[in-house]
Design a protein around this ligand. Structure first.
Ligand SMILES: [Zn+2]
Ligand SMILES: [Zn+2]
Length: 341
């Protein structure tokens, strides 16, 4: 079969066409991949950053935002051949302390599709049967491939408990855009969106942001100093900027909550007494998606009309993998996807 493989440590990854079709183990299904979306994680692996070096042992097939159709079922696995499915990329072990507490998304031995397990930038992939989520045939392949990153956004929205609250979403890349849409439909009363790229702020409006702010050179400032705004009940950081997190903390009302879904590469230093303690703020992280609650919430939001079209970018064939990575590097609009047949 064809697939994108990271063969060696170092820059790059390439398409090969002689990979064996995997066969599903007892509790796994075989999925014929139809579509997959490209993510910053794939860029990390392609560019062989410190993040990737810690997690990936080549050779590895890339791809973790995957849509497909069940084509085979392992001896003890549940599933229906022909069913359209999205794949959960964080694969719980079911035996560690967190898994036994029902927190599979916090698994201590978590398998990661396309990172430390063969991924879905390929014609076929196998996966545990509890990591497939059936979707209606009305979902397009591209929409289905977005369900995994949508879940990351929805998990952040759920952690921020946005209903009736005034919130800000920092960073309007694909996760930020989906966070805005999910927060809107989940009942946030005011959604402020920030970024430094005007075209992203346009898309933020299309996703339902009430107010958009260009924060170029103003990251660590209170948003209220940039524009007259009420104090915020919650802030969801979807950027990779530690200054944005600091600005977000300062924009919260006393007792407010900051959730970070974005992954800064650097360390944040701040005055815990002044910025956090006396103001009784709550800081929360997110990891993947709660299983299966986040998937259920995501599906219900799409059924309620959450439009993912503004999140989508150009569609590429697998043979143009380098161009799809370049799409991210140069900041072309929307998330690039692959159609795979
Ligand atoms: Zn991703
Ligand atoms: Zn576990």
């Amino acid at each position: 079969m064809r697939g994108i493989i990271k063969e060696n440590p170092g820059q790059g990854a390439r398409l090969v066409d002689d990979l064996p079709i995997p066969s599903p183990a007892e509790h796994e299904v075989l999925v014929k991949v139809t579509d997959a979306a490209v993510c910053a994680t794939d860029r990390h692996i392609y560019e062989w950053t410190t993040w990737a070096r810690k997690r990936v042992t080549p050779p590895c097939i890339l791809g973790h935002e995957v849509a497909g159709v069940i084509e085979g079922i392992g001896k003890d696995a549940k599933g229906t051949v022909g069913q359209k499915v999205a794949l959960e990329s964080h694969i719980p072990c079911h035996s560690c302390n967190q898994c036994r507490r029902g927190n599979g998304h916090l698994c201590e031995n978590c398998g990661l599709l396309g990172v430390n397990r063969p991924g879905g930038f390929a014609q076929y992939v196998t996966i545990q049967d509890d990591c497939i989520f059936p979707l209606p045939d009305s979902f397009t392949g591209r929409q289905t491939a977005l369900m995994e990153p949508l879940g990351a956004a929805v998990h952040g929205v759920d952690r921020a408990q946005v209903q009736g609250k005034r919130i800000a979403v920092l960073g309007c890349g694909p996760i930020g855009l989906m966070t805005i849409g999910a927060a809107r439909l989940s009942g946030a009363s005011l959604v402020v969106a920030t970024d430094v790229i005007p075209s992203r702020l346009e898309r933020a409006k299309a996703m339902g942001a009430d107010i958009t702010l260009d924060v170029t050179d103003l990251h660590s400032k209170r948003l209220q100093e940039i524009r007259q705004l009420p104090e915020l009940d919650a802030v969801i950081n979807c950027s990779d900027s530690v200054e944005a997190i600091l600005g977000g903390l300062r924009s919260l009302r006393r007792g407010g909550t900051l959730v970070s879904t974005g992954l800064p590469q650097t360390t944040l230093t701040f005055d815990i007494s002044e910025e956090l303690l006396y103001r009784e703020l709550t800081l929360k992280g997110t990891s993947g998606r709660a299983l299966p609650q986040t998937w259920e919430h995501s599906l219900s939001l799409v059924k309620q009309g959450l439009d993912l079209a503004p999140v989508l970018g150009k569609e590429y064939p697998l043979s143009e993998f380098d161009q799809a990575i370049r799409h991210l590097v140069v900041g072309l609009p929307g998330k690039p996807t692959f159609h795979i047949d």
